[in-house]
Design a binder for this molecule. Structure first.
Ligand code: NAD
Length: 359
């Protein structure tokens, strides 16, 4: 039996042991969620709700009447739970909605998180949390003042292969980690895509994909980086990448002396993470996408179940909110803010050519 088969038992997310329907601790109630922004990822989330035990898609917020009609029919959404961007604030009076999940372009996250919080709803916002440190801080403050919980859609914290990487790193199963590589890239070549427009995206592949690489290096180490250097990579199609970087590479220094080298790119397909420790290595490729993932250590193949990441994330969050418990710190707004601060430092280093301290 390989390491993976043994380890699989230890890394199943806590919700896997949660009270099942029929269990005396579970009364069958589900958390009612409204999706705000009905684009590509909202569709993937909506499919995740279908197999979620603790959450239900109960409402939608959209600027497109035709989408409202399609979603109403497809997901059986009551007319009273359908909002547009103008009347969204009236959701405050709707007791049928517990949480609003913001799946809009990055620059819109802050305004809608703050509006949802003011309406008294818990909020999940997609990654990256926002487009600036200041926005992240204001989102956190708004949620605190409204006494609602704020999560970032960091789905990999519910994914068994990634949580095994975290365990192997943080528990030093192969000794202290010395060197990591975490990279994610896919080609973006549609000039109309909002991801290529800085006002909407806040930046290029670093904001969209690099945030996962950053997360992985931080959860493998269980340490906060102390300094960063970064470089923009050469741009071939200057017209396409006139507003955001096409590709960026950065190096994080960790307090224990470990180093992580990462690239996020809109010009190359890459999806991998690798960690070299004193007594062995562990790696995933694919590592960050929706899977199925593939991983191994210096002792052999890893073998974990392929899960619906969106359903797992919703159940992990939904169960805790139904029990009125705090969300784990690794998915909260404070965590999103940490990532945003580091991404700002990565851009600063790439722009200045200097190492930027994070302490
Ligand atoms: P998308 O372009 O498919 O959808 C964006 C939605 O926002 C659309 O419904 C669009 O109509 C709406 N919208 C409202 N105002 C808009 C405007 N001014 N310009 C453009 N669109 C506008 O994008 P997406 O891929 O669904 O991404 C949405 C968010 O989800 C982003 O923050 C992205 O980073 C995140 N995301 C997360 C994952 C993940 O795995 N966690 C995957 C994909 C996207």
């Amino acid at each position: 039996m390989g390491l993976g088969a043994t380890a699989a038992v230890t890394v199943l997310p806590s919700f896997a042991c949660a009270p099942q329907p029929g269990n005396k601790n579970y009364d069958g109630k589900k958390l009612n969620i409204a999706l705000c922004g009905l684009g590509n990822y909202a569709g993937i989330l909506a499919d995740g709700f279908a197999s979620s035990q603790y959450c239900r898609l109960a409402g939608i917020v959209t600027g497109t009447p035709a989408k409202a009609a399609t979603w109403k029919k497809k997901y059986n959404i009551p007319a009273a739970n359908i909002y547009d961007y103008q009347n969204f604030d009236t959701i405050a009076g709707n007791r049928d909605i517990d949480l609003v999940y913001i799946v809009l372009p990055n620059s819109m996250h802050a305004a809608f998180v703050i509006r949802a919080a003011k309406a008294g709803k818990h909020v999940i916002t997609e990654k990256p949390m926002a487009t600036s440190v200041k926005d992240c801080e204001e989102m956190i403050t708004a949620c605190k003042e409204a006494n609602v919980q704020l999560a970032v859609g960091y789905r990999l914290h519910y994914e068994p292969y990634n949580m095994e990487m975290k365990r192997l790193g943080q528990e030093k199963v192969f000794g202290p980690v010395r060197l990591m590589e975490t990279s994610l890239g896919y080609k973006v070549d549609d000039p109309n895509q909002w991801r290529l427009h800085k006002a909407m995206s806040g930046g290029g592949p670093l904001m969209n994909l690099g945030v996962y690489c950053l997360q992985a290096s931080r959860y493998i180490m269980g340490e906060e980086p102390v300094a960063v250097t970064a470089q923009f990579n050469p741009v071939v199609n200057k017209a396409l990448f006139s507003e955001v970087e096409a590709s960026i590479t950065w190096q994080l220094d960790f307090p224990s002396g470990a180093v992580c080298n990462s690239t996020s790119s809109y010009t190359a397909n890459i999806d991998r993470l690798f960690a070299a420790a004193d007594n062995g290595f562990f790696e995933l490729a694919p590592a960050i996408s929706y899977g199925p993932f593939k991983g191994r250590t210096s002792k052999g193949e890893l073998n974990f179940p392929t899960i619906n990441q969106q359903a797992a994330q919703m159940d992990g969050i939904g169960k805790l909110l139904l029990e009125n418990k705090p969300l784990p710190s690794h998915i909260t707004g404070e965590e999103g803010l940490k990532d945003m601060r580091i991404m700002a430092a990565i851009y600063e280093s790439a722009n200045t050519g200097k190492k930027v301290s994070l302490v």
